[in-house]
Design a binder for this molecule. Structure first.
Ligand SMILES: [Cu+2]
Length: 473
């Protein structure tokens, strides 16, 4: 992109020219007056370049399409060189993971809505049909559009009433990772799922091409155990955490071939919380924010990227480490499934015969977590209908007691397709395993027992502490 200063100095010239042409155009209703100022890239070297149109970007030729795990890309139709999309806002009976469904609001029978994908300088026309029982409107989050296309109900446009279809139309003057969401009764409509991702590929790509280009949108929900409708007035205590509207084990794995350059575009439209997304097995670089590309020299290596509410962050890494790798929000309550959050803490408590006594009053009662809670999902504890408290999944080696905003990155050599390749076969000598007594005797000089250590303070430097006391007194 040309620098902002350069752009504005040229823009002054352009504005003069635009003002002359503006009257005719706005009378025709075809172009808003500011249209000439769109797409600073195009203005490069030619201030009169508004008519220098690019042909609509073609998938496979101008860009490699993105992959939305558990989701899809919104199809378009070309009409007179304009990409025409149609979003239908409607109620969706949505499955978060096997065992949990709820009536959400989404688009085109999906939660979240399908990913919109286009190319910089494309002209897009997006129809939005409202099949909800209340008003709505759509905001193109991070996309530079004329004010009247910004979708804030009341401020930028009229509400879209139930049954109505509105037309949004603008030229894409930037590239990067953006989002769309309802901007009418936001608290309810965002809590019920009305959002999606909006990807704009560069017209002239710079930097290495991604072999795998994934899109993951984070969100959070409050669904009380046994109910079928997310609670829109929840302010703090969310109990279902999702990537692309799914909780583990409902999340599809991200599959890559050994050596692939993997790009992941994260977006977060949770009502309230930021998510530090952590990957195992790799360091990634943050290559883009929702404000644009980061120059290579300034790209920041990390293993955890914080994606705040309303932000997008794009990361890239080379899949040079074969295996099954966890990728998840690192807030522990965001990588687990539905809990009441009101269970008493029984870790280390010996309930004795309490279980039996209580179960006379409450059939099916089971005290939780004397030695932790990891086994609750595995035991298949009886749970209310339509709920997934403590649900995890059987993994290759044991039960995986994770849930929520958790997924698996699967990297393999010799892949013939990107279908789920199953569990990773660990090469000999690369799997953590039970230590033998011989090994322990050889390396530690003794075999640790499971008995509680008798003198836990033994190794602490007590003299040092005592000295401090003496001086202090
Ligand atoms: Cu989180």
């Amino acid at each position: 992109m040309i620098s902002r200063r350069k752009f504005f100095s040229k823009a002054v010239v352009v504005t003069g020219a635009a003002a002359l042409g503006a009257t005719t155009r706005s009378v025709q209703g075809a172009e808003p007056a500011r249209q000439t100022l769109e797409n600073p890239e195009k203005i490069k070297g030619n201030a009169q370049s508004d008519h220098q149109d690019y042909p609509p970007g073609e998938p496979g030729k101008d860009y490699t399409p993105v992959i939305t795990p558990n989701g899809s890309t919104l199809p378009y139709k070309l009409v007179g060189g304009i990409k025409v999309f149609h979003l239908i806002a409607e109620e969706v009976d949505h499955e978060f993971a096997p065992g949990l469904r709820a009536y959400c609001w989404g688009f085109n029978s999906q939660v979240h809505g399908p990913t919109i994908e286009a190319v910089e300088a494309d002209r897009v026309r997006i129809y939005v049909t409202n099949k909800l029982p209340e008003n709505t409107s759509i905001h193109w989050h991070g996309v530079l559009v004329p004010s009247g296309m910004d979708g804030v109900a009341g401020l930028s446009q009229k509400n879209i009433e139930p049954g109505e279809t509105y037309r949004y139309e603008f030229r894409l003057r930037q590239h990067g990772t953006y989002m769309y969401h309802s901007h009418s009764d936001e608290m309810v409509q965002i809590a019920l799922g009305m959002m999606g991702m909006f990807i704009i590929h560069p017209r002239t790509p710079t930097g290495p091409k991604a072999d795998r280009d994934f899109v993951l949108m984070s969100s959070e929900w409050r669904i009380d155990v046994g109910t079928r409708r997310p609670v829109p007035i929840e302010m703090t205590d969310f109990n279902v955490l999702t990537f692309n509207g799914r909780s583990f084990p409902g999340t599809a794995p991200l599959v890559a071939k050994y050596g692939d350059r993997v790009r992941i575009r994260f977006g977060n439209l949770s009502p309230m919380e930021h998510h530090p997304i952590h990957i195992h097995g790799f360091h990634w670089k943050i290559t883009e924010t929702d404000g644009g590309q980061i120059p290579e020299s300034a790209q920041w290596p990390e293993t955890t990227v914080l994606v705040a509410v309303g932000q997008t962050r794009t990361v890239e890494f080379i899949a040079d480490n074969p295996g099954d790798w966890a990728m998840h929000c690192h807030m522990t309550h965001h990588a687990m499934n539905q809990m009441g959050h009101k269970a008493p803490n029984l870790i280390g408590v010996r309930p004795g015969k309490l279980d039996k006594k209580v179960s006379k009053l409450l059939p099916g009662y089971m005290a939780m977590g004397e030695s932790g809670m990891a086994d609750m999902g595995e035991m298949g504890m009886p749970v209310p209908r339509n709920s997934i408290p403590m649900l995890g999944a059987q993994g290759k080696h044991d039960y995986i007691d994770m849930g929520g905003m958790f997924t698996i990155v699967k990297v393999r050599e010799n892949l013939t397709s990107y279908d789920d390749p199953g569990w990773y076969e660990n090469p000999p000598g690369t799997l953590a395993s039970l230590a033998s007594n011989d090994e322990l005797q050889r390396d530690l000089g003794f075999v640790p027992s499971s008995e509680k250590s008798e003198k836990p303070m033994e190794n602490m430097n007590m003299d040092h502490m005592k000295m401090q006391h003496d001086h202090g007194g």
